[in-house]
Write a protein that binds this ligand. Structure first.
Ligand code: HEC
Length: 472
């Protein structure tokens, strides 16, 4: 156990309060639609029901459609069923709440720059791009040129304030549920000096359009004065088996100091199938040579019935990844269910426990397991209770950031719509947390260039900000 017991007390109290709220038999007053929404729905659908604002309904717009979706859920899309957790009156007040939010005006109009007072620093957040839909992944082609994916299937190159569409993307991207065009990474081969763009996305099965898998491709980077494009794409990896679900794709890419590519793959909503077996690819972090071949020194490379690309396993949906600039360690975070988002520092061949151990519960409030620790399964470096909907992860390193910020982590929160700063002590324990950019929108990704500049992508608002440290 790496935790001082004091850290577990809030976890215990929250655990008990979730527990008792589902056990209460004599409600004092019927909770409002808004209160129910905050308790059960906000993690996925955003603060104040923003996800429903002027929505094009997928499963029906009538009152009875919405009530049915809340009761029965939608397994393939990843919408939990609440019929066992909520009574008819509660479903009704939630339905009214959702309908009321659906009739609201869209309210994401970025006005910038924005000034931010933190505990020890003034920051300015400059808008460098707006008008996107769902910016998902970012990486730099050089210190002042940024690649940005949009989940809807577009790739942009931002250079000298000009945004150009990059052509040559895969034709089999399926934009549905949480899927679409996902992460991007830029890599220059030190041996040949040629540059490549790597993309992850939810990839349609070649013959069955009901199936998809997390896919990794790369194309050479071709940039002239007025054209940016990718050369012929090579498929490097498909996180098979293909699944019918439309969620938990992962998928972040980073290049390690060992010259290898690390790729996170979510468990596709099949928690009892993938994370705890070595014979499938979802629910794992994989390690590949940049050309997609599998390193012979991977932990399971010589094991029967194991995928040779696996580096670590027992993951749920890891959507944050960076390589520590000093130690070279691979840091990730992953979404827990209701509670239990985790930060992990990956150790070769280790099992991170999902769903055998977890600090979270099912979205409906029921127990997944009471075990939070077991021999042979890794403990997280840190876990969030409640979940913040962790997406995007990086470290402050260099640049104009003051020494008090150096080595701090930045993690995005989709659920609560802010950027979290986590300060660590020498033993890498989280000793301080702070909310930055409160109410900014769903923070999807964080990118750092060689100079230490930090960029933050906000979905919904469709904005990328650059954070500029001002005076302490
Ligand atoms: C684990 C995340 C998650 C939670 C928690 C969750 N939902 Fe959903 N919900 C989804 C997903 C995914 C969809 C599929 C539609 C989409 O892709 O956006 C969905 C769909 C819906 C739809 C249908 C939308 C449409 O376009 O037809 C409604 C209504 C809805 N949810 C209401 C709720 C309510 C009310 C709650 C709380 C009781 C809730 N959801 C909790 C993930 C979630």
């Amino acid at each position: 156990m790496r935790y001082p017991a004091i850290l577990l007390i809030p976890a215990f109290v929250i655990g008990i309060s979730i527990y008792s709220s589902t056990q209460t038999e004599t409600p004092v007053a019927e909770p409002s639609g808004e209160a129910l929404y905050t308790q059960w729905c906000q993690d996925c659908h955003g603060i104040e029901g923003r996800d429903f604002t002027q929505r094009s309904w997928k499963l029906g717009s009538r009152e009875e459609d919405i009530a049915r979706v809340i009761r029965e859920g939608h397994e393939l899309l990843g919408m939990p069923a609440y019929g066992e957790t909520l009574n008819a009156v509660e479903v009704e007040s939630l339905t009214q709440f959702v309908l009321e939010k659906a009739s609201n005006e869209k309210r994401f109009f970025p006005a910038g720059p924005r000034f931010e007072s933190t505990s020890d620093l003034e920051i300015r957040a400059d808008i460098v791009v707006d008008g996107l839909e769902t910016p998902w992944g970012m990486d730099f082609t050089d210190d002042d040129a940024l690649l940005i994916t949009e989940r809807e299937g577009r790739l942009w190159h931002l250079k000298a304030g000009k945004l150009s569409a990059v052509s040559g993307l895969p034709s089999d991207i399926i934009v549905q549920g949480q899927g679409g065009l996902l992460d991007v990474a830029f890599w220059t081969d030190p041996a040949t000096d040629s540059s490549w763009v790597y993309l992850t996305y939810s990839r349609l099965h070649p013959t069955d359009k009901n199936l998809s898998a997390t896919g990794l491709v790369r194309g050479t980077w071709q940039e002239t004065d007025d054209i940016v494009q990718l050369g012929t794409l090579e498929t490097l990896f498909i996180a098979t088996p293909y699944e019918k679900t439309h969620h938990h794709f992962g998928s972040r890419i980073a290049f390690g100091q060992d010259g290898m590519l690390y790729l996170t793959c979510g468990e596709r909503g099949k928690r009892d199938i993938h994370p705890q077996t070595l014979s499938t690819r979802p629910g794992k972090v994989h390690r590949l040579h940049p050309d997609g071949s599998i390193p012979g020194d991977n932990p399971f490379a010589k094991q029967q019935n194991a995928e040779a690309s696996i580096w670590t396993w027992g993951h749920r949906n890891p959507q944050g990844l960076f390589v520590h600039p000093e130690t070279g360690d691979i840091w990730t975070h992953e979404h827990g269910p209701k509670g239990g988002d985790e930060i992990n520092v990956l150790k070769r061949g280790s099992n991170y426990g999902w769903p055998t151990i977890t600090y979270g519960r099912n979205y409906s409030g029921t127990i997944i397991t009471r075990d939070t620790a077991k021999a042979g399964l890794e403990q997280p470096l840190y876990y969030w209770l409640p979940s913040i909907g962790a997406c995007g992860l990086d470290i402050i390193h260099g640049g104009a950031w003051p020494s008090t910020w150096q080595g701090d982590l930045l993690a995005g929160s989709l659920s609560f719509e802010y950027l979290e700063r986590l300060s660590l002590n020498a033993a890498s324990e989280v000793v301080h947390r702070e909310r930055l950019l409160e109410d900014i929108g769903r923070v999807r990704d964080i990118a750092r260039n060689q100079s230490g500049d930090i960029f933050v992508a906000i979905e919904g608002a469709g904005v990328v900000y650059q954070l500029v440290p001002l005076k302490p």
